[in-house]
Design a protein. Structure first.
Length: 417
């Protein structure tokens, strides 16, 4: 009976992991915040985990990351309390507690190498769903259903890109940049599952190629993260056999990733297409500048979590007027919304997470998984954080929990708890 209940509790968690990319359809909206299907699965998973902990079938997480998450949560709470729009920040704070809960659920359920394997395969299932949704969107586009607002929900508006009759895919995510960031992390996880012996080479190769192709169709600057994953994969596979090739591949991938980032600081004027003539500061550069200018007004605890960071009018390359309210950078977003205290707390959390995952000694399956998850975090969050505000992204916090859990398993020698 106990084993059945534990299995049921973990099964709900695994469904939650697989469903994280299902951001649409939006089932409920509270002010400016959307509530997708995965949020309701989280409620069931959290209740099941709580029952198991109270009944003694599970133990609370023991990872030191819990302390750092609590420190960051306290900083966000202070930002909420001192917010210029406390009702809005209160709603957003509740959402942040949910995000922290995702990491907590991973730490509760992933306590052995076998559980880690199940979690990563569940993530892989979500990646398959994401790639399939993108393929459906492209198929509909080729069939003539090309309007993202009328008939093809898998495509996005062109945003800061020039207008034209070409697709920009976002699958079931809310925007193509989030879609691409998830796929970058997923590529690292698929390669990690193969290195750990949990996925056949052919399956990993086919799915990996599909993920790269799907990510390319997002037309997101975050695609540079794919190059970072590829660089680590090449180094892991050939560093002892083809050291020169590995060095060349790493340099090429690093230059490519840097180029993707540099390219986002400029945008073409409306009507100039992809021409280099008539370039101007991009929407991201304007948002970054606005965020830096906004910070001194509320330096310690910020304007309030969830509050608009900037309010900048911008004419996109399609000639449409937009109002930019997002910082388009995780660090500037946290700095303005949660102040220097929140910025420091998040930085400390990430430093602790990365330091704990580094090293590992022997080349075991769990050590490979930790290394792979660290790459997923570096390429799927830290690199993405430079060009987008991903501090509130659900799959990022699940990745935080999985990386911390894998690090604990490595340190305990694959102890089943």
């Amino acid at each position: 009976m106990t084993a059945t209940r534990i299995a049921a509790s973990e099964a709900i968690f695994l469904v939650l992991v697989a469903s994280l990319p299902l951001m649409r359809p939006v089932l409920l909206q509270v002010r400016t915040f959307t509530i997708p299907p995965a949020d309701f699965i989280f409620v069931l998973a959290a209740l099941a985990a709580l029952v198991d902990v109270v009944a003694g079938r599970r133990t609370p997480p023991r990872s030191p990351i819990v302390v750092w998450v609590a420190v960051y949560a306290a900083a966000v709470a202070m930002s909420t309390l001192l917010s210029i729009d406390r009702p809005l920040s209160t709603i957003k704070f509740a959402g942040d507690l949910y995000l922290f809960g995702l990491a907590g659920l991973a730490l509760v359920h992933v306590r052995s190498l076998a559980a880690l394997r199940r979690a990563l395969l569940a993530w892989t299932a979500g990646a398959v769903i994401t790639v399939a949704a993108g393929a459906v969107g492209l198929g509909m586009f080729l069939a003539g259903v090309r309007d993202p607002f009328d008939g093809n929900p898998f495509l996005s508006a062109h945003g800061s890109l020039p207008g034209g009759t070409y697709p920009r895919v976002m699958g079931l995510f809310l925007n193509p940049n989030m879609y691409c960031a998830y796929l970058v992390a997923s590529l690292a996880i698929v390669l990690t599952a193969h290195r750990a012996g949990w996925m056949p080479r052919r399956a990993a190769s086919v799915l990996g190629a599909a993920i790269v192709a799907a990510g390319a169709m997002s037309l997101s600057p975050g695609f540079g993260g794919m190059l970072i994953v590829v660089a680590f994969a090449v180094a892991g596979a050939w560093k002892d056999v083809q050291p020169r090739l590995v060095k060349a591949a790493i340099v090429a991938c690093a230059v490519g990733a840097a180029a993707f980032f540099v390219a986002i600081v400029a945008s073409p004027e409306a009507g100039t297409g992809l021409s280099l003539h008539g370039l101007r500061p991009s929407s991201r550069l304007l948002a970054w500048t606005g965020a830096i200018n906004a910070f001194p007004a509320h330096p310690w605890f910020g304007k309030g979590v969830g509050v608009d960071v900037v309010a900048i009018r911008y004419i996109n390359p399609s000639g449409e007027s937009e109002v930019l309210t997002d910082a388009h950078n995780t660090w500037l977003s946290v700095l303005v919304q949660c102040g220097a205290v929140g910025f420091g707390a998040l930085t400390a959390l990430i430093v602790a997470l990365v330091r704990g995952a580094r090293g590992g000694g022997e080349d075991t399956a769990v050590s490979r998984v930790v290394s792979g998850l660290l790459v997923a975090f570096l390429a799927g969050f830290l690199y993405q954080s430079l060009s987008g505000s991903f501090e509130n992204t659900r799959h990022v916090w699940m990745l935080v929990g999985l990386l911390a859990a894998a690090t604990e398993i490595r340190g305990e020698g694959d102890t089943v708890v």
